[in-house]
Design a protein around this ligand. Structure first.
Ligand code: GLA
Length: 739
């Protein structure tokens, strides 16, 4: 619900109020964001003070208390009396970047405008569009705010229109800026590395400017396009959190400035270091969308807000509400060393174990027997697969299983037919040698002829065989992001044009192949963002498949993304990334918390192990709808020493709790687990209980005795359950209650 009254906009639903004000008929100010208010009557009016070195615009020269440098602004300019981080910077034809946006008009309407060519939220809502105009009529900016009734989410974006007669250059165009009137915050961001994505980092807001950003042409393993400002007393369960998640998969920047007078400015959007956009008269530029999330129920409240919103208003695939098939992927089983026989043997075994999907990973095309060659040559390697993909897929289907295939369409190797035919199709700068990453180069998707090739190649692959699932990979970051197809003054558009080109390709392919379940990947979770989820409903969370590492990676990913979007597989011990031995039960239960699968040579299981896998698979099938689509709550998040995690999943009929303890320790207190957010009046009956087995790396049958017991929800929340003490490292427990 959006109201305009007395120069104020009040955007409101049952989760929040967000208030804007037009000051002096010109300046758009931010006044409030937080718990819903019946009305905003300005109980804490802005106090105008004459602050040294905070200057005035000419029109207010004699009003020394009125300075843009101290006012809470909604989309602030640079270099025109406000010295804080700007929301945008536009360079005019005369080379200056002094502009001044004033409020001009607004529209309130039902629904949400389409953001041309970009991933975006959809489905209902009411939108406020505010038109700001440069006082010298060089351009306009339209700020968009969509309020959805049923969620704590506010979607924002900005659209630039060149309304003047000369070309302009947009040097910086954030999706949103917000001024908070205090700085009593902790910042929470997700940092990482390849094989160590989305580690939760919580720290006191520093004085100065803090930045989370990527210039890599991908949202990146290193910094997720997510940031939260939490009140210092906010926990997983209580307290205020303001969060932002960008619906974009390329370079981005989020900045937080705790400024001189105790206020905080926050901006998020495209990274200005890797972006410039030339706009000719009459042309428009649309920024990506940012999903703003207000929670007064702590970090779990924030996560649940994002998770529900993405499932209902962002992910489009027909699979989004379907339980996901349990897969086996041959990557860690065979790497490049496979042939049809080996994959069929995997399929035969997969069938016996109750798995549902066999995925053939990298190495099936061109002459690709290692990672030095053949990306770009999307025709089958007949030495490995004499009956082509079709023959293999049919063999898999014959066994009642689905078939999936890996592709990496955005890349090319120098040693490939494609590169030999089109050496200028890569991102590069004339005179400088292109840099390599994993021996590969990036195809310049900002050019239409390159996009056409990729589209055509993928259409051929996807229709060459009965393919049910595709893993879309991207295994290096952008360097030399320049294009042979673009004039000098538009070279800095290349990174963003690449992303628009990629989105265009994905849009076409997911539309043309609606029956393929797509999983996005970028060396694991290097492009785990809301932009990708618009096209592909699940993402391979990390190339690190070690169960202990995954506790932190999956907890961090769950901060901003739904459980069902996270690929999670059981792999072999010693683990291939960190060499660790973890128990089989821990590997299975950690992989339960996502789209469960296997990433090891399942044909090597002993008969005992196979029997055990069948049990794990059977149990997962019974409870996966609750895990994948139930309400997810972090009960323990590795607090202090990263030793203990507990995850709760609940739907109308069932409650599942997983508890993990990495290392056993002497003389520890008994762990009481208090469940969260249950219905106090409902009776929950314990139907299944799996305590850890003692250091069982390979499996082996275990007989579990337990008593079926029933409790009211209030007791499980306030008294909790005491965890049976079993001294073993890598302990994993599962409780399944029915209501
Ligand atoms: C990336 C992926 C892996 C695997 C390899 C294949 O690293 O994340 O899962 O597909 O590529 O080369």
């Amino acid at each position: 619900m959006i109201k305009f009254d007395n120069n104020r906009f009040h955007l409101k639903n049952s989760f929040y109020s967000y208030v804007l004000e037009v000051s002096k008929g010109a300046h758009l100010l931010h006044r409030y964001w937080g718990k819903p208010l019946k009305e905003f009557r300005d109980s804490a009016p802005l106090q105008m003070l004459d602050r040294g070195f905070s200057g005035q615009l000419r029109a207010f020269e004699n009003e020394r208390t009125y300075s843009l440098d101290t006012l809470p602004q909604e989309y602030p300019a640079q270099g025109h009396t406000d010295f804080r981080i700007p929301a945008y910077r536009v360079e005019l034809e005369n080379g200056t970047n002094i502009t001044e946006l004033n409020y001009k008009a607004h529209r309130i309407f039902d629904g949400k405008p389409n953001l041309q060519g970009l991933p975006q939220s959809f489905g209902g809502g009411q939108t406020l569009e505010i038109e700001l105009e440069d006082i010298c009529n060089n351009f306009k900016v339209f700020l968009n705010y969509t309020v959805f009734e049923d969620t704590p989410i506010l979607a924002r974006s900005a659209r630039f229109v060149n309304s003047g007669g000369k070309s302009i250059k947009i040097r910086n165009a954030t999706s949103a800026a917000i001024d908070f009137n205090d700085n009593n915050f902790d910042i929470i961001n997700l940092y990482g590395a390849h094989t160590a994505e989305r580690t939760i980092h919580r720290h006191k807001i520093p004085r100065g400017i803090f930045e989370v950003s990527s210039t890599r042409g991908a949202s990146s393993h290193q910094h997720s396009p997510f940031i939260a400002l939490a009140r210092p007393d906010a926990t997983e369960f209580v307290g205020e959190v303001y969060a932002a998640s960008l619906v974009y998969s390329g370079s981005f920047a989020a900045k937080v400035e705790a400024e001189q007078f105790g206020t905080t400015r926050f901006v998020i959007g495209l990274n200005p270091d890797t972006f410039t956009w030339k706009l000719e008269p009459g042309e428009e530029f649309q920024t990506p969308e940012v999903i703003l999330n207000y929670s007064c129920a702590g970090l779990n409240g924030m996560s649940q807000g994002f998770q529900k919103f993405y499932q209902e208003h962002l992910i489009r695939s027909k699979f989004k509400n379907q339980v996901r098939p349990i897969l086996v992927n041959n990557w860690e089983a065979t790497y490049f060393d496979f042939n049809e026989e080996k994959i069929v043997a995997l399929a035969e075994c997969a069938k016996d174990l109750g798995l549902e999907l066999v995925v053939l990973d990298d190495g099936w095309f061109g002459k690709r027997n290692d990672d030095n060659s053949s990306l770009g040559d999307w025709f089958v390697n007949k030495e490995k697969l004499p009956n082509e993909i079709k023959g293999l897929a049919e063999e898999v289907h014959k066994r009642g299983l689905k078939f999936g295939l890996w592709v990496e369409p955005e890349m090319v190797n120098e040693d490939s037919e494609l590169f030999r035919a089109h050496p200028d199709w890569i991102l590069h700068v004339p005179d400088y040698q292109p840099s390599f990453g994993r021996h590969q180069l990036i195809l310049d998707l900002s050019r239409s002829e390159v996009r056409d090739y990729v589209l055509d190649a993928m259409r051929k692959v996807f229709s060459s065989a009965p393919i049910d699932y595709v893993k879309w990979d991207m295994n290096r970051h952008m360097t030399e992001a320049f294009s042979a197809g673009r004039p000098a003054d538009r070279q800095m558009e290349t990174q963003h044009r690449y992303m628009l080109g990629l989105y265009d390709i994905m849009e076409k392919l997911v539309t043309e192949f609606p029956d393929i379940l797509f999983e996005s990947c970028s060396g694991g979770g290097g492009r785990f963002d809301a932009g990708m989820l618009y096209y592909m409903p699940q993402i391979w969370t990390s190339d690190d498949s070690d169960a202990v590492c995954r506790l932190s990676i999956q907890s961090g990913t769950g901060l901003a993304f739904p459980v069902v979007t996270q690929g999670a597989h059981v792999s072999v011990v010693p683990n291939h990334q960190v060499g660790r031995m973890t128990t089989f039960q821990m590997r299975n239960f950690v992989a339960y918390a996502g789209t469960y699968g296997f990433e090891l040579d399942i044909t090597k299981f002993t008969e005992d192990e196979k029997a055990e896998v069948r049990d794990y698979v059977k149990l997962y099938k019974e409870i996966r709808s609750t895990i994948q689509f139930g309400k997810f709550t972090r009960l323990l998040t590795g607090d202090k020493d990263g030793n203990e995690y507990a995850w709760q999943f609940e739907d109308d009929g069932r409650l599942i709790v997983l508890y993990f303890k990495v290392l056993a320790k002497p003389a520890e207190p008994i762990r009481i687990l208090k469940f969260a957010d249950l219905n106090p009046d409902k009776v929950y009956t314990l139907k299944k209980y799996f305590p850890p087995k003692k250091m069982s790396f390979d499996g082996g049958k275990q007989v579990i005795n337990f008593e079926e017991k029933s409790f009211y929800g209030d007791e499980l929340m306030f008294e909790g359950i005491s965890v049976e003490k079993i001294d073993t490292d890598f302990a994993a427990y599962l409780w399944c209650f029915e209501k």
